[in-house]
Design a protein around this ligand. Structure first.
Ligand SMILES: O=C(CO)COP(=O)(O)O
Length: 132
């Protein structure tokens, strides 16, 4: 656990076709997520902040380096959990950045959820639970 208050540093990222689902997921779990420190890629973070009023640190947009910034945080031990709703049906110009982010999460043993079912499971257990 990274923070003494139990808060985790949570990265939030969604590809364009998954952004509505990400916003809905955050809205659904707003109370639990409000206990953590949220950081998102530019557009995702802005959409979440706008829709929920939650404080979200915004990095660059993914294709402009936001995925790489999250990867750097993982490499530096500054991110605890990654929620990344990946579009499995679209080619991405920054696919190498997406792969690098996931590779770094695996390498540094950072828990990551790439779909809603897994993200929901994170809310049930010690990673992001609303319970203490
Ligand atoms: O492209 C992304 C992840 O690969 C997400 O970036 P945005 O949140 O800026 O759209």
């Amino acid at each position: 656990m990274a923070e003494t208050d139990g808060a985790k540093r949570v990265g939030l990222v969604a590809h364009d076709r998954c952004k509505a689902e990400m916003v809905d997921w955050v809205r659904t779990h707003r109370a639990a997520l409000a206990r953590h420190r949220l950081v998102g890629t530019g557009t995702t973070g802005g959409a979440i902040r706008e829709a929920t009023g939650l404080e979200v640190e915004r990095l660059l947009s993914g294709p402009q380096g936001g995925d790489a910034q999250l990867g750097a945080r993982i490499a530096e031990g500054r991110l605890d959990v990654l929620i990344f709703f990946i579009d499995p049906l679209s080619a991405m110009p920054h696919d190498v950045d997406v792969k690098a982010l996931l590779r770094l999460a695996i390498l540094h043993d950072v828990a990551f959820a790439c779909n809603r079912a897994t993200a929901d499971a994170f809310l049930q257990g010690p990673l992001l639970s609303a319970r203490d």
